[in-house]
Design a protein around this ligand. Structure first.
Ligand code: MN
Length: 418
C-alpha cells in the first residue's frame, strides 16, 4: 500500500511519523486548558472533541470524545474503530470536500502538551523475547540453564502496576530499595545503583473478555500498540525476584509513548513469529502472522551531552506475539478490560548492538559500554535521558509512534531517615 496523500502537506513526507496511513490517537491540551482526544496528522493534531461539536465527526448519538482518554471508544469494538478511521481518512485526504470545515479544528503539535492517551486499567509485563531471556538467563544461571523449563511452552509474565505507568516526558526518580549484592553479608537499604531500561512494545486491549479466548480472538481484541520502557532496578530485582518474580524493582515507573498506533495502521507490516523450537499446545498456536515489522531503537543523552544510539532491534524478534500473550492471559478465565496494557518483554536481537537493556549491553556491568564522549556506562546515571523510538517503513511513508523518553533524576534523601 503506498502513501495516502493528505491536504495537510507535512503528512506527505516519506519520513514523517504521522502520515494519513497512520492516524494515531492521543490526548492533548493547549495553553494549560482541558485535556481532550486528538489524532495526529503530520505536524498537526485534529481536535476530536471540537470535530464532534462541529458535527464533522459523529459516531452514534452520544458524544465520544468529551473524556480525556480513549477507553470508552476502545470498548466499542472493531466496527466503530473502522468507522472512525474511515471518516478521518475521508476528512483528511487530499481533495477532501470538508477541508475548509476541518482546517480550523487543527492545532499545531508544537503548541500542545501530550497526556496519557488512555486509562491503564491493568498492566501485565511478559518475558517473551528469546534473545533477552537467553542473555539474562545465561548471566544469572549459566548457558545450560538460560531458559526456564516453561519458557518455550507459555509466554511467562507478572502482574505489574497500572498506577506506575506514565506518559513519555515524565521524569523518573531513582528509587531506593533493599538490596543484597554478592559482596553483602546482609541486606542493605540504599538507592538503586543498577537502574536500567527495557525496550518493549505495549499492546492495548480494546474489546473486554470474561472467558478464555483463542489467539485469533485475542488478535481481534487488541486495539493498538505503544512503545514501552519498563524501568528496572536490577540490584533490587536480583534480591527480591525469587520465587514470585519482580516486585518493587519494576514499580517505580513504566513509560509509554503518547500516541496509540492502531492495529489497523500496522496491518501492512504483519509478520510471523520465528520458527517454534517445540510445538505449542493447540490453544497457543499461531494462526497467522501476528507480529509486526517495526524498527526499534534506544538512545541515551547524558545531562548536557549529545544523544547517541545504544541499540537497534525489531519487534519481529519476539518469540510470542501480543495475541498469544493475551490468549494465554485469559486461559484461567481472567477478565480483561479496555485499557489493559500488555508489555511484550524486552526486545533484543541476536547481535550485541541489538540488545534492549543496559544489563545485556554491559553484560551485567562486566563490560561497560563507551559513549562518544569517552564516558562509560554500565547502568543509568543521574541526568541521563533514555529515549525509545519505533518506525514501520512502508512504500513512501513511515508509521511512527512518537518518542518514549524519560530523564532519570537523583534519588531523594532517605525517605525513612529519622
Ligand atoms: Mn519488562
Amino acid at each position: 500500500m503506498p502513501l495516502k496523500k493528505s491536504w495537510v502537506t507535512s503528512a506527505n513526507d516519506a519520513h514523517h511519523p504521522f502520515p494519513l496511513n497512520n492516524l494515531p490517537y492521543g490526548v492533548f491540551s493547549t495553553g494549560g486548558g482541558r485535556a481532550r482526544c486528538g489524532v495526529a496528522i503530520g505536524d498537526m493534531i485534529l481536535d476530536l472533541q471540537a470535530a464532534e461539536e462541529a458535527g464533522v465527526v459523529r459516531l452514534g448519538t452520544e458524544p465520544f470524545f468529551e473524556m480525556p482518554f480513549w477507553n470508552e471508544f476502545m470498548e466499542e469494538g472493531p466496527a466503530v474503530w473502522a468507522a472512525l478511521r474511515d471518516r478521518l481518512t475521508t476528512l483528511l485526504q487530499d481533495g477532501a470536500q470538508d477541508q475548509k470545515k476541518v482546517e480550523p479544528l487543527l492545532v499545531p503539535t508544537k503548541d500542545a502538551e501530550l497526556h496519557m492517551p488512555f486509562m491503564v486499567s491493568e498492566y501485565t509485563d511478559f518475558y517473551a523475547g528469546r534473545h533477552h531471556a537467553t542473555n539474562v538467563g545465561t548471566m544469572f544461571r549459566g548457558a545450560e540453564n538460560a531458559l526456564p523449563p516453561n519458557w518455550l511452552h507459555i509466554p511467562i509474565g507478572y502482574n505489574g502496576r497500572a498506577s506506575s505507568v506514565v506518559v513519555s516526558g515524565t521524569e523518573v526518580r531513582r528509587p531506593w530499595g533493599q538490596v543484597r549484592g554478592p559482596d553483602d553479608e546482609t541486606p542493605r537499604w540504599a538507592p538503586c545503583t543498577r537502574f536500567d531500561i527495557e525496550l518493549e512494545m505495549g499492546a492495548i486491549v480494546g474489546t473486554p473478555s470474561e472467558r478464555p479466548i483463542t489467539v485469533q480472538e485475542a488478535d481481534d481484541h487488541i486495539f493498538g500498540y505503544v512503545l514501552l520502557n519498563d524501568w528496572s532496578a536490577r540490584d533490587i530485582q536480583a534480591w527480591e525476584y525469587q520465587p514470585l518474580g519482580p516486585f518493587q524493582s519494576k514499580a517505580t515507573a513504566t513509560s509509554i509513548s503518547p500516541w496509540i498506533v492502531t492495529k489497523a495502521a500496522l496491518e501492512p507490516f504483519r509478520c510471523s513469529t520465528p520458527a517454534r523450537e517445540v510445538e505449542l499446545l493447540d490453544h497457543l498456536e499461531d494462526c497467522g502472522p501476528m507480529l509486526y515489522d517495526i524498527d526499534l531503537s534506544v538512545s541515551l543523552r547524558p545531562d548536557g551531552g549529545a544523544e547517541e544510539t545504544l541499540a537497534r532491534t525489531n519487534y519481529r524478534e519476539m518469540y510470542y506475539s501480543a495475541a498469544q500473550q493475551l490468549a494465554h492471559h485469559t486461559t484461567s478465565g481472567c477478565p480483561m478490560n479496555a485499557g489493559d496494557l500488555l508489555g511484550s518483554g524486552t526486545i533484543s536481537g541476536p547481535n550485541k548492538n541489538e540488545r534492549g537493556s543496559l544489563l545485556e549491553l554491559s553484560w551485567g556491568g562486566k563490560d561497560p559500554i563507551t559513549l562518544a564522549s569517552g564516558a562509560t556506562r554500565s547502568f543509568i546515571e543521574d541526568g541521563d535521558t533514555l529515549t525509545l523510538t519505533g518506525a514501520a517503513r512502508g512504500d513512501g511513508y513511515t508509521i511512527g509512534f512518537g518518542e518514549c523518553t524519560g530523564k532519570v533524576t537523583p534519588a531523594l534523601a532517605d525517605p525513612y531517615a529519622r
